[in-house]
Design a protein around this ligand. Structure first.
Ligand code: ZN
Length: 259
């Protein structure tokens, strides 16, 4: 893997530089922010290192093979049943980090104009082949700027981002792009591992959610709320999670307070 790295010196969520060493790993040391409690790697992997990781970071990448696609679709349909209460169709849906496109397809079935963006070309190819009535874009959110038929920027009513933000070294900038793509009042569903969860193994290296450098920012429910509010969202519901994960429904409110 590419070993180039970038040093932060401060929390990627609240920008405070007060911190304590969380884990003295010789290659990927982690710190706990003294202000918001986020745990983050410093140095961070740089974009080249992250791109290399995507190649085999998850199922489907490199092989284009997804196991149990029907089960994935069923789970996605279950999530759509919850989300449609907050932003009912017809409406525009975006899955950020859409993998093989299962959630986009479930949204399309439910009556949404369904879009997905994903940096892994093999996963995007799978989505385009199996779910041809969805719109898939290969790339990252920074350069994603779709236009509607009238050439005006396309704004989404419902965005979905599951198990992605923990991979992003600059989550404030990432959420500012999510904000840019949503209309005022739009719904944003976000999931990520919860490092503060009571069921997380005491030895963090025994937790499957702790996998540096692929996961480089580790949130608590409070620190994720802090980040969302700084970026122009308000949390309207937090789903109880039996496993160490955070599942939030937020609404796009104000302009972001800057990154
Ligand atoms: Zn912080």
């Amino acid at each position: 893997m590419d070993q180039k790295i970038q040093s932060l010196g401060a929390c990627p969520v609240c920008t405070n530089s007060e911190r304590a060493l969380f884990r003295a790993d010789p290659q990927w040391p982690a710190y706990r922010c003294g202000e918001c409690g986020t745990i983050y790697l410093d140095p961070m992997p740089d974009e080249g290192a992250l791109a290399a990781l995507y190649t085999d970071a998850y199922e489907g990448a490199a092989t284009g093979y997804f196991s149990k696609p029907e089960k994935k679709l069923r789970r996605s349909r279950g999530r759509m049943r919850l989300l449609r209460k907050y932003a009912p169709p017809p409406a525009k849906f975006l899955d950020i980090g859409c993998n093989g496109g299962f959630m986009a397809e479930a949204a399309r079935e439910a009556g949404y104009d369904a879009w997905g963006i994903e940096p892994d070309p093999v996963s995007i190819r799978y989505g385009r082949t199996h779910f041809p009535n969805c719109h898939f874009t290969e790339g990252t959110i920074e350069s994603f700027a779709p236009n509607g038929p009238d050439a005006a920027p396309l704004l989404f009513d419902l965005a979905y981002c599951s198990e992605v933000i923990e991979h992003i070294p600059a989550p404030r900038a990432f959420l500012t792009h999510v904000h840019r793509l949503l209309r005022p009042g739009a719904i944003f569903y976000l999931t990520t591992p919860d490092i503060s969860h009571p069921r997380r193994p005491r030895d963090v290296t025994r937790w499957d959610g702790y996998c540096p450098p692929s996961h480089c920012v580790y949130f608590t429910p409070a620190s994720l709320k802090t980040l969302l509010e700084a970026c122009g969202f308000s949390v309207i519901r937090r789903q109880l999670a039996f496993k160490p994960g955070i599942k939030l429904i937020a609404r796009r409110t104000d302009p972001p307070r800057g990154v």
